[in-house]
Design a protein around this ligand. Structure first.
Ligand code: ATP
Ligand code: MG
Length: 577
């Protein structure tokens, strides 16, 4: 649907400063192309301004998201960006959110945060006025700028410090009701992905700073994505941070428990080579400190990496030790093992190692390892936990088949929060028997600006952006080949006007530029259709329509062009509804 009253947008007056060269600091396609096509400009790291055509795209994406929220009965509100610190103190997040929270102080020395998310605000908003079970469930959403002082803002709109998010929050009297709305939100997110033309996958996720137990992320598949995904043909898919997997370490059977001299062999790769065994038959040790300050040694299969997200679950507040800290704790870097650790060290091992009878591990002595070290006999493991990051080839936790890997851009995430915020912020309702309970809550975030970049990341070629019709800056660019030509000009302008009147979004390239420049710009900006009007064609009674997506060109009789394009655009729009 067109956003505004139909009108033709003249290119000559449009503020669309395209760039001839790729901007140097733009590493990925979407960042590069949005800048080059003149849709976006950087103001400061992670902070961007949207120029007219970029703004149109942004508003369209916002509208798709809004429609899908309305369709599931979520009600639109608008909450402020500036949030009083007291609310964050009540939830306990003023302390724990860390340096990502942008904080400021007003003239009366009162502290505020620029909202990175709105759980506190929405909970405070409803806690005194949403009081009865009769008013539940309730779902509210808003589309508002968010602020996060990301440690590495990068990739343009993908990881900004200021970004537009749709965030919805729901309030319930029961887990069933929460589950039902959570499922509806997830279905709405799938529809949003489809309407934006995204190829996507929903994955199991960690709930991170937001909290809660159940969470899923919506990933737009793209090599440039920062998220690793593991998935299986059976339907299982998870963010690599949390993916459970059947990890199968190998056992290296040794005739006896024996100390082996391993001079200078301080890495797993070197150890495996030295002993001529697979890395999967060695055990890797990581030295850390848990939240209580205890030195903690974590053991995982040698061919895997530690997942900090998983390890956090069993060892809250975990931090890896520096070399100096290791030394101070009496640990020998590169040679740490479970036999003969210093007194008081906490030991946690990956659950996959529980079934491995003999370990090849460090001997807590420079240049020495043990082979044939047996659990329960030569050492004990008091805690087993899921610690290692799953990798492609590990067994699917559901069906056992080897997992496959993909990369994704997290465009949205849905969470079941339970009573995390309502309990800490005293947000309660009365049930039928006048008993007071904290609300069950859910929250549902969608990255509007990030998904704009994700669309470009998936829809581009060497010449530029290839917008899906649902979110394009305009549907058709009408390009007269000669400026001011008596024959060409009125026909081109007339076609543009007729298309606009029929509800098609039209840009009219009335600039005094060579045809080549106009074609290049139209390709770069990525209008789905280009209607080329030239003198020679008109002599034969035809104009040319180019489909940006497949490059196909077709001649249309001037008299039939408008009807044909209207029908083509309508059919294309319908694909995204
Ligand atoms: P990430 O893991 O990528 O840092 P997040 O999990 O912290 O993101 P959420 O709190 O789940 O983000 O926020 C909801 C949505 O907001 C995300 O799914 C994403 O689309 C968007 N988003 C989050 N951080 C940013 C950012 N720095 N720039 C742009 N969009 C963002
Ligand atoms: Mg997230």
């Amino acid at each position: 649907m067109p956003l505004v009253t139909p009108c033709v947008i003249p290119m000559s007056t449009l503020y669309i400063p395209t760039l001839k060269e790729d901007p140097v600091d733009a590493e990925i396609a979407s960042h590069r192309m949005l800048l080059r096509a003149g849709l976006l400009r950087r103001v400061s790291p992670g902070i961007y301004a949207f120029l007219p055509l970029g703004h149109r795209v942004l508003r369209k994406i916002e509208q798709v998201v809004r429609e899908e929220m309305n369709a599931i009965g979520s009600q639109e509100i608008l909450m402020p960006i500036l949030q009083p610190a007291e609310l964050w103190e009540q939830s306990g997040r003023w302390e724990v959110y860390g340096p990502e929270l942008m904080r400021l102080v007003d003239r009366h020395e009162r502290c505020f945060a620029l909202g990175p998310t709105h759980e506190e605000l929405v909970t405070a908003l409803t806690r005194n006025e949403l009081r009865s079970y009769r008013e539940l469930p309730l779902s509210l959403f808003h589309i508002q700028w968010k602020y996060r002082d990301e440690i590495r803002p990068r990739f343009g709109l993908l990881r900004g410090r200021e970004f537009l998010m749709k965030d919805a929050y729901s309030f319930h009297a029961s887990q069933e009701s929460l589950q039902a709305h959570y499922d509806e939100q997830a279905r709405a997110y799938g529809r949003i992905c489809d309407r934006l033309g995204l190829e996507w996958r929903v994955v199991e996720a960690d709930s991170g700073q937001i909290g809660g137990e159940v969470s899923a992320e919506f990933m737009a598949l793209a090599e440039a994505g920062e998220a690793g995904i593991l998935y299986c043909g059976c339907g299982f898919a998870a963010n690599v941070e949390v993916a459970a997997a059947r990890v199968a370490p190998l056992a290296h059977e040794a005739p006896s428990f024996e100390k082996v001299a391993t001079p200078g062999v301080s890495t797993i790769g070197a150890l495996a080579e030295f002993l001529d065994i697979p890395q999967a038959a060695t055990v890797k040790a990581l030295a850390a400190r848990d939240g209580a300050g205890r030195v903690t040694v974590l053991f995982i299969p040698g061919d895997h990496e530690l997942s900090m997200v998983k390890a956090e679950k069993s060892c809250e507040g975990l931090e890896l030790l520096t070399d100096e800290e290791m030394q101070a704790a009496g640990l020998v870097k590169g040679f740490i093992g479970p036999c003969g650790l210093p007194e008081g060290v906490r030991v946690v091992a990956d659950a996959s190692l529980e079934g491995v009878a003999q370990w090849v591990v460090g001997a807590n002595e420079t240049d020495c390892h043990y082979v044939g070290a047996r659990t329960g006999e030569d050492f004990t493991v008091p805690e087993w936990a899921d610690l290692c990051e799953a990798q492609p080839g590990d067994g699917c936790p559901v069906c056992g088949s080897p997992l496959k890997a993909a990369r994704g851009i997290e465009v949205g995430q849905v969470f079941q929060l339970g009573t995390k915020y309502s309990a800490s912020m005293q947000a309660t309702y009365m049930d039928e028997d006048n008993n007071e309970h904290p609300f069950m809550m859910g929250c549902y975030g969608w990255g509007v600006t990030r998904s704009l970049a994700a669309v470009v990341e998936q829809h581009n070629d060497e010449a530029g952006i290839v917008w899906p019709v649902s979110v394009c800056p305009a549907e058709v660019a009408v390009i007269p080949l000669t400026v001011g030509d008596e024959a060409v000009w009125p026909v081109a302008r007339g076609l543009a006007d007729e298309l606009a009147l029929a509800g098609v979004e039209v840009v009219f390239d009335d600039r005094a530029e060579r045809a080549g420049v106009k074609f290049n710009d139209a390709d770069l900006i990525g209008f789905p259709y280009q209607l080329v009007v030239g003198k020679r064609g008109l002599e034969a009674g035809v104009v040319e329509l180019k489909d940006r997506a497949n490059g196909e060109r077709s001649d249309l009789a001037v008299s039939e062009a408008v009807a044909f394009i209207v029908a083509t655009v309508a059919a294309e729009r319908a694909r995204y509804l």
